[in-house]
Design a protein around this ligand. Structure first.
Ligand code: ATP
Length: 916
C-alpha cells in the first residue's frame, strides 16, 4: 500500500503540475528501478505513453531498455531532434543520466529548452519531460521550466513489501515476528540499499535471526555514514550521567513520555513534540544531553553535521539538507540531533546572511513547521548570536534552553559522576573543597581534571587521592577563563533573550549577576559581590567598585580570587588607595596566598595591621605562617591559642617546643603547659620535655596518660618527682618497682629485683624487705599512691604486701584489697585473713574472683562491687587549664604538692578513688 502511496503522491504531484502546464520535472534519485516503477504507475494513472533516453543507448524502450534504433549518435543533443516529427500528446519523455547528459552541453541544453518551449506552447498539460539523475544539475537556461520532484525514501509498508518479495525470490525465511523489526531497521535506506543488505545477510543466515538483524543494523550505519550528512550515534549515556541541568532533564522526561504514548496523546489533543534548542556554553553538557535523550526516548539518535551540508554548488546545500531530513524522517521514530546549528546560519542574524543560508533556513523552518514524521529534533548551539531571531521564537522549537556554567550543586554532582566510587571515599569537607575549587569550570573542565588525576595516580602506581584530584583541578585552566569575553557576551544575551535556564537556580543566575553588577544601585552590586557563585571576572570588576561596602563584600566572599588577595596583600601601605579594612580582610581570607602572608607577617611590626584572632580562626594557615605569627605576636592569648590548636603539625610542635624551651616568664610557661596538654602533641617529644628543669613543665608532663616509658624513666632518674609519678596510673612496671624500692640501698634494691625474677627463692626477698622496714613518711605517701594504681603490676603488689605484712590494717593493705589489679592468689589470701576490714575492702574489689567471693561468702561477707569509680584514668583538659591559670597567678608549684587541690575535684577519678 505504501509503495502505492509514495507513488501516488508523486503521481499526484505530477498530475497537479502537468495540469498546471509545467513542462519539465527533475527527479533526483539513484534508485532507477524504483523510479521506473513509480513512473510506470504515474503514466498508467495519467494515461501517458513513456519514452526513455539514456546515456548508454540513446532512445530505448522504457520497459525492455532495448535501443529503439541503431543510431550511431546517442548524445542527447542529437537525439532530441528526433522528437521534432513525433506527436507529443500524452507523452512522458524520460531523460535518464540527466546531469551527465546536460552538464557542459550547451547544445543539448538549448535543444531541451526548445522541446520544453514546444510543450509549453502546444502540449500544455498533456506532455512533460522528466529528467532523472543521481545528483542535481539544472542549467540556469531551463531552471524556470523545471520542477524538482523529491522522491521520498521507501516508507515502512513499501519496505515490508520489498522484503517479502525478496524473501520469495531468494527462498529466504523471515520469521513473522521479526518482520516489523526488520522493516524498522531498513527504514532510511533506498530500495537498492535494502536489497544490498538483504543479499548480504542472506548467505550466512538463510533464516533471518537476531544476528542477521544486528548485521543489517551495522550495514545501515555504514550506509547512513556514507551519505556524509548523517551519522547514527551509538549511545550509552543516560540522564543519570548528567550532573545538574534539572529543568532540561525534567522537560525531556515529560516529552519522552508523550512520545512513547504518541497515539494516545494525539487522541487527547496533545500535539506531538517537535524538538528543543539547547544553546549555551561550550563543554557544559549539550551534546551529553542529546545522547542521554536517546536513551530517555528509547529511540535511535541521528547526528546531522551542519558543516557537511554546506556544498559548493548551487543548490547542493539545500539538497543535502533535504536529503538529511528525508533520511531522518524515514528512520523515524528517531531523534535528530543537529549539532552546532549556528553554523548553518552564519551571519543571518545580522542581516548579512548569504543566499544559501537564507534558503537553508527557510527550508529548515518549513520542515520544522510541517514535519509529520515522528522525528524529535534536538538542536545544539554555542553561539546564539549567530542564530536568526525567528528560530528562537516559540513555535519553531517547543522550548529553547540555555545551558550555563554549572552551579555549586551541579559541580558536586558532576564530580560525583566522573569520580564514581572515589567520590564516596572523600569526606564531606573534601567534597566541599573540591566543589569550591571547580567554580567557573565547565563540566568538560571537571571531566578533564579528573582524567588527569586518574592518569597521574595510575602512572605513580597509587590509588587516586584527594590531593591528586585537587592538584589536577588547580592545574586546569577553565574554559571560562580562556573565553572570558565571549562567555560574558553570551551570558548577557541569554539573559536578554529570556531563554529558559536548563539548571534549576536558587537565587541569582550568572547572567543575572552580570546584569546586576552594572546596576546603579550599590545594594544590588553588593548582592552580586557577596554571591558565592559570582564568577571571578565579576568579582575582580567589583573589587574596584566606587562603593566601599561593595569592595569589602568582594574580599569577604569566600571565593575571592587569589589574584585579588595577592594584590591587596602586596599593596604599599603608604599608597593613597591603601585600605586597611581590605588589607585586614585579605590577611584572614582562607584563599590568601600563604607565602605572601608569611612575608607580610615577617615584615609585621606588631601594629594592628594584622588581625591575629581572625587569622588564627583559619585552620588552613601553614606552619610557617603560624610560627611567624607566634614569634611576632605580643598577645598572650594568640600564643596560647596557637599552642592549643588541634591542627598543629608534628614539625610545628617541635618548633614551638624549641621556641618555648628557655622561657622564664610565667606566661610562656603557661603556653608550654598548654602545648604539653594539647592532645595532638606527638609522644616522641615526651622524653625531651621530661629533661626540662622547670617543675611546672614536668608536673604537666607527668599528668599525661600516654606518657611514654622513656619519659617516665627520665623523670624517675631525676629523683625529684616520685610522688607525682606514683600518681600517674599509667607508669610502667619498671617505674612502679623502682618507686617501691627507692628506700633501699641500691644493692638491696637490685637483690629484690633479682628475687622477683621467676625461679628465685623468696626467702632472700623477704629477708631484705624485713631488714629494711620503711620508716620514711615521704615514701609511705608514694606507696599509698601506688597501692591505688589500677594498673599495678603483680610484682609491685608482692613488694607492697611484703612491706605491710605486719600491719593488715594499714591504708596500703586496704587499698590493695580493693585494687582491681590485685592478683587472684592474693585475693584468696586476703579472703582467708583474720582481718575483718581487709576482707570488707576485698568485698568491694570490682575484679573480685569467684574463689575469693565464695570464701568471703562462707564467712558471711557479701561482695559490694563499686567498679565504676576505680577505673577512670583520663586526665581532663580542665586539669591543664587550672594549671595554666595557676601558673599565671604564680601558684603552679602547689598544684601537685597540696592534697587539698586533689580533693577539690580537679583530679581524675583514679586519684579520687577510695581514700578511706
Ligand atoms: P560543545 O558545545 O563544545 O560541544 P557541549 O556543551 O556539547 O560542548 P559536552 O560535549 O556535552 O559539551 O560535554 C563534554 C564532556 O564534559 C561530556 O562528555 C561530559 O563528560 C562532561 N560534561 C559536561 N557537562 C556535564 C554535566 N552536566 N554532567 C556530567 N558531565 C558533563
Amino acid at each position: 500500500m505504501s509503495a502505492i502511496n509514495n507513488a501516488l503522491s508523486l503521481n499526484d504531484k505530477l498530475h497537479a503540475h502537468l495540469s498546471a502546464g509545467y513542462p519539465g520535472f527533475y527527479i533526483q534519485s539513484s534508485e532507477e528501478a524504483r523510479v521506473d516503477r513509480i513512473l510506470t504507475l504515474a503514466a498508467t494513472n495519467l494515461q501517458l505513453h513513456l519514452m526513455e533516453w539514456n546515456l548508454a543507448y540513446g532512445w530505448v524502450d522504457f520497459r525492455t531498455k532495448q535501443p529503439r534504433t541503431e543510431a550511431t549518435q546517442t548524445e542527447l543533443a542529437y537525439c532530441l531532434p528526433v522528437l521534432a516529427d513525433e506527436d507529443l500528446s500524452r507523452k512522458l519523455i524520460v531523460i535518464k543520466d540527466a546531469k551527465a547528459a546536460l552538464e557542459n552541453q550547451p547544445l543539448a541544453i538549448a535543444r531541451l529548452k526548445q522541446l520544453l518551449n514546444r510543450i509549453q506552447r502546444h502540449h500544455r498539460g498533456e506532455c512533460a519531460v522528466v529528467l532523472v539523475a543521481e545528483s542535481l544539475f539544472i542549467a540556469p537556461q531551463i531552471e524556470a521550466q523545471i520542477t524538482l520532484l523529491p522522491l521520498p525514501l521507501p516508507g515502512r509498508e513499501e519496505i515490508i513489501e520489498q522484503i517479502e518479495s525478496f524473501a520469495d525470490e531468494q527462498n529466504l525465511i523471515i520469521p513473522q515476528a521479526l518482520l516489523p523489526r526488520l522493516a524498522a531497521t531498513c527504514s532510511g535506506l533506498s530500495e537498492e540499499e535494502i536489497r544490498q543488505v538483504l543479499s548480504m545477510v542472506q548467505h550466512p543466515h538463510p533464516e533471518l535471526n537476531e544476528a542477521a538483524l544486528g548485521l543489517i543494523h551495522y550495514e545501515k550505519e555504514q550506509i547512513i555514514a556514507k551519505s556524509g550528512v548523517l551519522e547514527m550515534v551509538k549511545v550509552g549515556e543516560t540522564a543519570s550521567d548528567i550532573g545538574g541541568l534539572e529543568n532540561l532533564k525534567q522537560w525531556l522526561k515529560r516529552r519522552a513520555e508523550i512520545f512513547r504514548r504518541l497515539d494516545e496523546a494525539e487522541g487527547a489533543g496533545v500535539t506531538a513534540p517537535k524538538g528543543v534548542l539547547i544553546a549555551g556554553m561550550p563543554g557544559c553538557g549539550k551534546s551529553l544531553t542529546a545522547k542521554a535523550a536517546a536513551h530517555l526516548f528509547q529511540l535511535p539518535l541521528l547526528r546531522l553535521d551542519i558543516g557537511s551540508l554546506l556544498g559548493k554548488y548551487v543548490g547542493e546545500s539545500e539538497h543535502n539538507m533535504r536529503r538529511a531530513l528525508t533520511m531522518a524522517e524515514s528512520v523515524s521514530p528517531c531523534i535528530l540531533w543537529i549539532d552546532e546549528l549556528e553554523k548553518a546560519f552564519v551571519g543571518m542574524g545580522s542581516g548579512e546572511g548569504s543566499e544559501v543560508s537564507s534558503r537553508l533556513f527557510g527550508y529548515f523552518l518549513t520542515w520544522m513547521q510541517e514535519k509529520t514524521g515522528a522525528v524529535f529534533v534536538i538542536a545544539t548551539a554555542n553561539n546564539i548570536s549567530a542564530l536568526p531571531a525567528e528560530l528562537l521564537r516559540k513555535g519553531r522549537f517547543d522550548e529553547v534552553f540555555y545551558v550555563g556554567f554549572p552551579n555549586a550543586k551541579e559541580r558536586s554532582a558532576i564530580l560525583g559522576i566522573h569520580l564514581r566510587q572515589d567520590w564516596g571515599q572523600l569526606t564531606e569537607q573534601q567534597q566541599q573543597t573540591l566543589t569550591a575549587l571547580c567554580r567557573d569550570y565547565s563540566g568538560a573542565d571537571i571531566q578533564n581534571a579528573v582524567g588527569e588525576a586518574r592518569e597521574s595516580a595510575f602512572l605513580d602506581g597509587q590509588p587516586l587521592t584527594h590531593e591528586e584530584i585537587e592538584r589536577a583541578i588547580r592545574a586546569t585552566v577553565p574554559l571560562r577563563e580562556t573565553l572570558r569575553e565571549q562567555v560574558g557576551k553570551y551570558e548577557v544575551l541569554f539573559e536578554k533573550l529570556k531563554l529558559k535556564p536548563a539548571s534549576r537556580v536558587d537565587g541569582l543566575s550568572i547572567a543575572q549577576m552580570i546584569q546586576l553588577a552594572d546596576s546603579p544601585n550599590p545594594v544590588r552590586r553588593k548582592e552580586v559581590a557577596c554571591h558565592l557563585e559570582c564568577p571571578d571576572d565579576l568579582l575582580e570588576k567589583l573589587s574596584t567598585d566606587t562603593d566601599l561596602e561593595v569592595r569589602l563584600s568582594v574580599y569577604r566572599n569566600p571565593n575571592c580570587t587569589e589574584r585579588l588577595l595577592a594584590s591587596s596583600l602586596s599593596k604599599d601601605k603608604k599608597a593613597p588607595d591603601f585600605d586597611m579594612s581590605i588589607y585586614r580582610l585579605s590577611c584572614v581570607h582562607p584563599r590568601a596566598p600563604m607565602d605572601l602572608l608569611a612575608s607580610e607577617l615577617g615584615k609585621w611590626d606588631g601594629s594592628d595591621y594584622i588581625q591575629e584572632e581572625a587569622l588564627l580562626a583559619c585552620s588552613h594557615l601553614s606552619d610557617e605562617v603560624k610560627l611567624t605569627l607566634f614569634n611576632k605576636s605580643k598577645s598572650h592569648q594568640t600564643r596560647m591559642d596557637i599552642c592549643r590548636q588541634s591542627t598543629l603539625s608534628v614539625e610545628l610542635q617541635g618548633q614551638l617546643i624549641d621556641t618555648l624551651w628557655d622561657a622564664r616568664l610565667s606566661q610562656t610557661c603557661v603556653q608550654f603547659i598548654l602545648l604539653i596538654a594539647n592532645p595532638v602533641l606527638d609522644p616522641s617529644y615526651h622524653k625531651k620535655i621530661a629533661s626540662h628543669n622547670t617543675v611546672q613543665i614536668i608536673d604537666a608532663l607527668i599528668c599525661l596518660e600516654n606518657l611514654t616509658s622513656e619519659a617516665q624513666m627520665v623523670i624517675l632518674a631525676d629523683g625529684l618527682h616520685f610522688l607525682k609519678l606514683a600518681k600517674n596510673p599509667n607508669i610502667n612496671q619498671h617505674v612502679q618497682l623502682s618507686l617501691l624500692l627507692q628506700a633501699l640501698p641500691e644493692s638491696d634494691a637490685q637483690s629484690v629485683l633479682d628475687a622477683l625474677k621467676p625461679g628465685s627463692t623468696s626467702v632472700f626477698f623477704y629477708n631484705i624487705i624485713y631488714s629494711h622496714p620503711f620508716q620514711d613518711s615521704h615514701f609511705e605517701e608514694v606507696y599509698l599512691e601506688l597501692s591505688q594504681n589500677p594498673n599495678l603490676s603483680a610484682d609491685a603488689v608482692r613488694v607492697l604486701v611484703a612491706f605491710e605484712r605486719n600491719d593488715e590494717n594499714s591504708s596500703i593493705m586496704l587499698n590493695l584489697a580493693s585494687n582491681p589489679s590485685l592478683p587472684k592468689h592474693w585475693q584468696l589470701e586476703f579472703a582467708n585473713s583474720n582481718n575483718h576490714w581487709l576482707k570488707t575492702r576485698l568485698a568491694s574489689n570490682p575484679k573480685l574472683q569467684d574463689a575469693a567471693r565464695a570464701r568471703l561468702q562462707e564467712q558471711g561477707i557479701e561482695s559490694t562491687d563499686s567498679s565504676s569509680d576505680t577505673s577512670g584514668t583520663t586526665l581532663g583538659a580542665g586539669v591543664f587549664e587550672s594549671m595554666a591559670r595557676a601558673a599565671v597567678s604564680g601558684s603552679v608549684g602547689n598544684i601537685f604538692g597540696g592534697a587539698t587541690m586533689f580533693q577539690g575535684g580537679l583530679f581524675p577519678s583514679w586519684f579520687n578513688g577510695d581514700k578511706s
